[in-house]
Design a protein around this ligand. Sequence first.
Ligand SMILES: [Zn+2]
Length: 96
Amino acid sequence: MNDLFVFLLMGFVLFGAVGLLIGQRKGRPLAGLIWAMVLGPIGWLLILLGPSRQDLNSTPCPHCGAALPIGEASCRQCGNPVRWLKRQAIKPPRAA
Ligand SMILES: [Zn+2]
């Protein structure tokens, strides 16, 4: 039983270390560590396919699709005004 415990512990550390490395590349090392320890290889995939830190602070412009920093009043790419609903960019209603 003791061997099994050591085996599991080493798996945890190994999975966690790889998750940490993947998370670092995404700017989310702690999330990588935790997901990998809880879910193992599935956690790696979650971090690998999940949003990076940069993505979390920007969202596609509703007009042209360029990356738009959260809270920006207008798009730098196309110059169109942007309105925000929570953290979601929406097209402002057309002025009459
Ligand atoms: Zn735009």
